[in-house]
Design a protein around this ligand. Structure first.
Ligand SMILES: Cc1ncc(COP(=O)(O)O)c(C=O)c1O
Length: 329
């Protein structure tokens, strides 16, 4: 055998220039950078989860369609289970949507600044990225709708509440985007339980709308990796074509079922998180020379030091978008 073959072959062009996703996972008392729930799960939930897990038949593959979980979740949301899909975290839903609707020669449109995973998953799925810069206070309006029409992307991402700026987007703008754009409008509602209005109710009248949500934040279940979307049944059908078989493990499905039984406990934690968020926002707002932006999410966008001589709203921002620390998720 020639020594020529005894080396690692080159991966696809550009891959070695992509840094692996690495939001730091520090062992510190207060961990802010991934927007997790700071409170552990209530003991009654842990007990029920243990009971569910005892019954899981791990020698069998899980239900590929996660029917029971989808049925119960759909019931909770008041939607048709055929129009609800689950995956390993909302990141996996985003990837499935890009696999189904992106790809070579197709484009995803982002309103920047926004969640850093969108361009990364777009790259992985060979999807081009178009960007529209949004300036403080980061609220989408008619100009952005016109920009999106001109961009002509196959998928337009709207993150609401947005990571990292924290603000929710007006439902009317989301409805308008869905009405005027021929492509998909993906609304990422990872933080919607903390503030803003959900677009899930619009899916029936806007079949190009995909509303993506997660158990990682409001359900305090980031470790279980469970996300879902509400979409037209045809969209769900197309996601089934690109998913890996058995992509949601039996353990994850069991955790989701237990979480739904304890949804009220989770919703009680929401209030505590919102109160703490507002307390921190208020305290930061009292600091001299610091500009604070409101948040509809479970995190506080990084405060910005106001530069002398600049009016509020403009202080310390580099270009159109302020640099916001944290919020890697
Ligand atoms: C806006 C946004 N979407 C999606 C996710 C991914 O969440 P998960 O994959 O845990 O559901 C995050 C995580 O922080 C996020 O901030």
């Amino acid at each position: 055998m020639s020594g020529n073959h005894q080396r690692v072959p080159e991966p696809r062009p550009g891959l070695r220039g992509v840094e692996p996703y690495q939001a730091p996972q520090l062992d510190v008392p207060v961990r802010l950078n991934t927007n997790e729930c700071p409170y552990p799960l209530p003991p009654a939930f842990v007990e029920d989860l243990a009971a569910y897990l005892r019954d899981v038949k791990l020698h069998r593959y899980p239900d590929r369609e996660a029917r029971e979980l989808r049925r119960r979740l759909a019931e909770r949301l008041g939607v048709d289970p055929e129009g609800l899909w689950v995956a390993g975290g909302s990141n996996e839903i985003l990837q499935q949507v890009l696999l189904a609707h992106g790809g070579p020669g197709r484009r995803a449109l982002l309103f920047e600044p926004t969640y850093a995973m969108y361009p990364r998953i777009a790259w992985v799925t060979h999807t081009e990225v178009g960007r529209i810069d949004v300036v403080p206070p980061f609220v989408l309006g008619p100009d952005h709708v016109r920009g999106a029409v001109a961009a002509g992307a196959e998928i337009t991402f709207v993150c609401s509440p947005n990571n990292p700026t924290g603000n929710a987007q007006p439902l009317e703008v989301i409805e308008e985007l869905a009405g005027v754009l021929p492509g998909l409008v993906l609304v990422d509602e990872a933080y919607v339980e903390f503030g803003g209005k959900s677009a899930a109710g619009l899916v029936e009248s806007c079949p190009n709308l995909v509303v993506v949500r997660t158990f990682s934040k409001a359900f305090a279940l980031a470790g279980a990796r469970l996300g879902y979307c509400v979409a037209a049944p045809q969209v769900v059908e197309d996601l089934r074509r690109v998913r890996l078989p058995y992509h949601v493990s039996a353990l994850t499905q069991a955790a989701g079922l237990a979480a739904l039984e304890h949804a009220d406990d989770a919703m009680a934690i929401l209030d505590a998180v919102r109160r703490e968020r507002d307390r921190i926002l208020e305290a930061l707002g009292r600091l001299e020379g610091v500009e604070v932006f409101p948040s509809d999410a479970n995190f506080v966008p990084g405060p910005v030091r106001r530069r002398a001589g600049l009016p509020a709203g403009d202080g310390g921002h580099a270009g159109g978008g302020r640099r916001v620390p944290g919020g890697d998720g």
